[in-house]
Design a protein around this ligand. Structure first.
Ligand code: NAP
Length: 244
């Protein structure tokens, strides 16, 4: 497909892997990050080394102002947006529902759900005349529930699954395909940010394939859903989880 691909949360982990792979496959990449400028700059250097344009866009997807700032940077670049990877997301410390505060729930849903919907809204407004592809990053947690660990996170990702279906129906006639991926236990920094640096390794025995996945293995599925090879695929949610 090629063109400009916007990736939220591209400063590390799955988003960074998608950005590098997208550049290798001929996309220019808008690298959206929140706090990790060094990580975003390293990804941008790799995108440019692959011969593609890299836009470095700071912005907080959790606020309307942050989303507006992201798209102001995209619009000033001028190139049409062909793909969006709605990847920015957070977990929190392990907790039972009886321990969860309103502030925790607000943060989780502002970033993982409202942020993803607002970013998709702005992308659709820019794609509806030409078509495009949106890939939302959900989680196997949306099926598993994550009881005793982070039910709020699981609920936020279940919202992404059904948002994917509903939005795909709304925009199919405009040539925009909307799909989601549910990664399983992927070896990234998100587990350390949730206070459990070795979470993925410790739970690997529960995966039928008996190992964690890599960010690159998720990126391969994202790139396929973005590509014309998936031209008849929309409203789908694809597990990339080693069978779990
Ligand atoms: P990660 O390395 O922690 O990456 C998270 C990314 O989200 C970072 O680039 C971060 O940016 C960005 N982000 C966080 N809050 C943001 C905000 N308010 N505004 C804009 N960007 C924000 O984790 P990851 O594992 O790659 O996760 C990527 C996605 O995959 C998430 O949606 C996650 O829920 C999902 N997922 C991961 C796994 C797994 O096992 N790793 C499994 C299932 C689903 P900064 O660092 O620049 O702030």
């Amino acid at each position: 497909m090629g063109g400009l691909c916007l990736i939220t949360g591209a400063s590390s982990g799955i988003g960074a892997a998608v950005a590098r792979m997208a550049a290798a496959r001929g996309y220019d990449v808008a690298i959206i990050y929140h706090s990790n400028r060094a990580g975003a700059e390293a990804v941008a250097a790799d995108v440019r080394a692959a011969g593609q344009t890299a836009l470095l866009c700071p912005g907080d997807v959790a606020t309307p102002e942050g989303v507006a700032a992201i798209f102001a940077q995209i619009d000033s670049h001028g190139a049409p947006l062909t793909a969006l990877v709605n990847n920015a997301g957070v977990v929190d410390l392990p907790a039972r529902v009886t321990e969860m505060t309103h502030a925790r729930l607000r943060r989780m849903f502002d970033i993982n759900v409202i942020g993803a919907i607002l970013v998709a809204k702005e992308a659709v407004l820019r794609m509806q005349d030409r078509g495009g592809a949106i890939v939302n990053i959900s989680s196997a947690a949306a099926r598993l529930g994550s009881g005793g660990q982070y039910v709020d996170y699981a609920a936020s990702k279940a919202a992404i699954d059904i948002f994917t279906k509903g939005l795909s129906d709304e925009v199919a006639a405009s040539g925009i395909r909307v799909n989601a991926i549910r990664p399983g236990l992927i070896d990234t920094e998100i587990h350390a940010k949730g206070g459990l640096p070795d979470r993925a390794q410790k739970l690997a025995h529960m995966v039928p394939m008996k190992r964690t996945g890599t960010a690159e293995e998720v990126a391969e599925a994202v790139l396929w859903l973005m590509s014309d090879a998936a031209a008849y695929v929309t409203g789908a949610v694809l597990d990339v989880s080693g069978g779990r």
